[in-house]
Design a protein around this ligand. Sequence first.
Ligand code: DOR
Ligand code: ZN
Ligand code: ZN
Length: 423
Amino acid sequence: MLIKNAQVVLKNTVKVTDLRIEAGKIQRIKKDLIPKKGETVLNCEGFTVFPGLVDMHVHLREPGFERKEDIASGCRAAVKGGFTQICCMPNTEPVADNKVVVSYIKHRGEEVGLCKVRPIGAITKGQKGEDLAPIGGMKAAGAVAISEDGKSVANSKLMANAMQYASDFGIKCLCHCEDATLSDGGVVNEGFYSTLTGLKGILRAAEDVMIARDICLAENLSLPVHICHVSTKSGVQLIREAKARGVQVTAETCPHYFALNDSVIASYDTNTKVNPPLRAEEDRLAVIEGLRDGTLDAIVTDHAPHHEDDKNVEYNLAAFGISGLETSFALAYTLLVRSGVLGLNALAKKMSENPCKILSIEGGAIEEGAPADLTIADLNEEWKVDKNKFVSKGKNTPFDGWKLFGKIKYTLVDGTIKYEEQK
Ligand code: DOR
Ligand code: ZN
Ligand code: ZN
């Protein structure tokens, strides 16, 4: 296949060029390539080609919660959102805490055959926080990391052991940072809007003390650690300072933390209920600054699809989470690139290169010899988010009706078109 006349986001530059794909790989990057006999030509004039987007934090819900999402519907949403690789969290039923479940998810992902599905194993058996899960076995079955996502491992000694074992097997712990004794049943950020609405607040400290603990462990043990979905100004600052000291810490945030503040909870719309909660405007601005200055390495969706029955209830009872795969790229492009916070190369780093580096997985760059995992978008097209058009089973988005720039036109995985926009 030949991709002609596209604006291509390369490692450190952006240029208009052609790309030849052969045997699933990028074979040549050069202007004015002449189509060979029988070669498919994709005219991408006016479009921009990114290295295939990688979402290192999604929930696919299978096995166990197929009512909310399954691996097939999640993968369809992923390629529609421009993702060529997704890493899925282990809070399924049964929990992905052993090689059998990990291997099931990996193989089901291959069978679906859309994007690459990389499972993440649990840190403890059943995510109960008591005994370590068999990390070596899960890694051998295809786990690219371990995480207790949905909660933290409260026992610090157990967490230290997990970091040590993970590192012995060449993978990292991805830490959902929440001190449950502090969050204590809260549902929104503690502050003006929790008081206004009468909804129970969650202190920023619930997140920050665990970020601080996990940084302390990484620093003391000289091990790497990755912090999930950073939402607080103080959390960004803890990570910034740790990085400056040379701690091997990396971190991610999600579009909802740079797109929204907690004023939106005044509507009592349960689509704004997410964990960690949407924070105040100063936190939102600090998250943006963290992305700009490199403190926050990656943008992930924390795609958390839920069934209508889990959301169409009173705020206190609703499930936490936002269905994010189909809006992430356009939110990041519109709110970060068009506003001048990040350039296109920096966006590609946060949504493709850095996740690959953090997890030591292939991909993340458009270069000769690399897998032809490519995301092709029209950056000038404005479109309106319509949750009823989501292919994810989870229609739970606070962005319904938003007008955004950046429409995914094609998603290619190993040189094959896995998504093409239908007009
Ligand atoms: O909002 C969230 N939803 N945060 C989490 O930590 C878990 C996730 C889920 O699994 O629904
Ligand atoms: Zn989480
Ligand atoms: Zn999550």
